[in-house]
Design a protein around this ligand. Structure first.
Ligand SMILES: [Zn+2]
Length: 93
């Protein structure tokens, strides 16, 4: 079994166990009990401009944030209406 994140399955499970809410908008992932796959929580791979506290620079983020962000850098994404509406900025973790 491999995944698309370049991390081991064990690391992925640790991250999913640790992060119960979206790192950006804070939505509780428990709202999506079956979401640990295609339909819900995704693992966000931060670049160098991302928060550094997270293990391996990875964190859970919800599908909405993930699809909104797309391939934008964090700093560019923070300027979008989506982030402004949800008050997502550099201070969120
Ligand atoms: Zn989110």
């Amino acid at each position: 079994m491999s995944n698309t994140y370049g991390i081991s399955k064990q690391d992925e499970q640790e991250i999913r166990a640790r992060d119960k809410t979206c790192v950006y908008c804070g939505i509780l992932m428990k709202q999506y009990p079956h979401a640990m796959g295609a339909s819900g929580a995704t693992i966000e791979h931060f670049n160098n401009d991302g928060p550094s506290k997270k293990k391996y620079n990875l964190a859970i983020c919800c599908r909405r944030c993930n699809s909104s962000k797309g391939t934008m850098s964090l700093s560019a994404w923070f300027k979008t209406p989506y982030c402004r509406e949800k008050k997502i900025n550099e201070k969120v973790r």
